[in-house]
Design a binder for this molecule. Structure first.
Ligand code: GS8
Length: 219
């Protein structure tokens, strides 16, 4: 029986983009259901009753929640195609460590940078650039975080490329000047169809973030 794969997502979510990229990398056919996060569907509330958040992958009727957990699940279930995580246990642990760093640092500092103003904005921007530089150190001279092949850490980080224009504009800095290696890595990732097909345009994201800033009274 063919697998039934459904993804509950939202176009602006970097976490949903991770799952789309992983599914595309593996060549898995799936149905994407766009959620309205203001009015969550009964299906989302049923499939993720704990956090009530997207993304949720529904595989043959069973839900898997949390983007990093979902990517690991996809990698374990569809093993015959490319591997996203390395097979060596130590390297797997390292890959998980960096994905966790991305969630804790890049997501949080990035959000604070495009959301805030004044002193908060300066502090968030500083921490964001420092975190990007840490990632540049980890990347080193490798084409991808996992080495020669696009893998788990790349999938975890590349959706934040869609935030670059917003963080640069609201944070008043230039990614090219601060983190040239990371920019080159991002351009490399964008050559992959799995990535370019899954990421919305930076300007569209910027427009949405601008509206959120207004709603929070930061404009
Ligand atoms: C984060 C998912 C998330 O924040 C993951 O999957 O990795 N740690 C989780 N989802 C957001 C949309 S993206 O900002 C969401 O569903 N928000 C709805 C809500 O908070 O009500």
């Amino acid at each position: 029986m063919a697998d039934e794969v459904v993804l509950l997502g939202f176009w602006l979510s970097p976490f949903g983009m991770r799952v789309r990229i992983a599914l595309d990398e593996k060549g898995i056919k799936y149905e994407h259901k766009e959620e309205n996060l203001q009015y969550k569907s009964p299906l989302l509330l049923k499939m993720n009753p704990v956090h009530k958040k997207i993304p949720v992958l529904i595989h043959n009727g069973k839900p898997i929640c949390e983007s990093l957990v979902i990517i690991q699940y996809i990698d374990e279930v569809w093993k015959d195609t490319c591997s996203l995580l390395p097979s060596d246990p130590y390297l797997r642990a390292q890959a998980r460590f960096w994905a966790d760093f991305i969630d804790k640092k890049i997501f949080n500092c990035g959000r604070r940078t495009w959301m805030s103003k004044g002193e908060d904005n300066e502090a968030a921007k500083k921490e964001l650039i420092e975190s990007f530089k840490v990632l540049e150190g980890e990347l080193g001279e490798k084409p991808y975080f996992g080495g020669e092949n696009f893998g788990y850490v790349d999938v975890s980080l590349i959706p934040f490329y869609t935030w670059f224009y917003s963080t640069e504009t609201f944070g008043n800095f230039r990614m090219n000047a601060e983190c040239p290696k990371l920019m080159a890595w991002a351009e490399r990732c964008l050559q992959k169809e799995s990535v370019s097909n899954s990421l919305p345009f930076q300007q569209r994201v910027y427009h949405s973030f601008g509206q959120m800033r207004m709603n929070f009274g930061n404009e």
